[in-house]
Design a protein around this ligand. Structure first.
Ligand code: SAM
Length: 213
């Protein structure tokens, strides 16, 4: 997702002081229950984008789950913060942060579930390590997830989906509910992302699976 950089966004994000965590660093590690003021299970989305999914999920599971959304681009996260603020959702925090660095801000076993939705496919082989489902990322996910914790993965990109299934299997992970056409699979509730809405409107099937660590 390429956007022209908006100079006012950094300052605007400071206005979402209860939603967007400023300067995320190792002080957060092991402290997520304190951030939310409760010890509800923690679900984390990597590559949150404009926030349709995390806002929808946190609304649906208010009082049951806490959500953290990690997004590398501050210009995109601004729109996610607006959605969270407009719906007055108490159970979600957003961070401008690189998923590569998740070991810095989460303690081992601190996360109950990860979501990777429509991550950048990085189609060139030489960029495979940048895909959020590459085994190098799975190593990190295994550390921050609770034993038995899950990754829920959705994409519109068939080559990326097949690559990812291979990575999960190579890593010895258990796969469940593999779907090659999510929207005709009966899975519910399926909270859609921005990309999911866009690609399914164009008639593109959506691929999904659940991975247990
Ligand atoms: N998940 C959203 C959706 O489905 O509508 C956005 C999908 S968009 C194709 C991928 C998003 O992941 C972009 O917003 C991008 O900035 C973010 N992203 C890519 N690599 C990332 C990383 N290493 N850490 C955090 N976010 C990342």
């Amino acid at each position: 997702m390429r956007l022209r950089k908006k100079p006012w966004v950094a300052e605007a994000l400071t206005g979402f002081s209860n939603i967007v965590l400023q300067n995320p660093n190792e002080d957060l590690k092991g402290k997520w229950a304190e951030v939310f003021g409760n010890d509800l299970p923690l679900h984390v989305e990597l590559g949150t984008g404009r926030g349709k999914f995390i806002a929808g999920m946190s609304e649906l599971y208010q009082g049951q789950l806490n959500f953290a959304g990690i997004e590398a681009q501050q210009d995109v996260l601004y729109y996610a913060a607006q959605k969270v603020q407009d719906r007055e959702l108490p159970n979600v925090r957003l961070l401008v942060f690189d998923a590569n660095e998740i070991l810095t801000i989460f303690a081992p076993g601190e996360i109950d579930r990860l979501y990777v939705n429509f991550c950048d496919p990085w189609p060139k082989n030489r960029h495979a390590k940048r895909r959020l489902t590459h085994v190098n990322f799975l190593e990190k996910y295994r550390t921050v997830l609770k034993p038995g914790g899950q990754l829920w993965f959705k994409t519109d990109n068939q080559p990326l989906f097949e690559f990812s299934l291979e990575q999960f299997q190579e890593f010895g992970l258990k796969l469940d509910n593999i779907s090659y056409d999510l929207h005709n699979s009966g899975f519910a509730p399926n909270v859609m992302t921005e990309y999911e809405t866009k690609f399914s409107t164009l008639g593109q099937p959506i691929y999904r699976c659940e991975i247990t660590f």
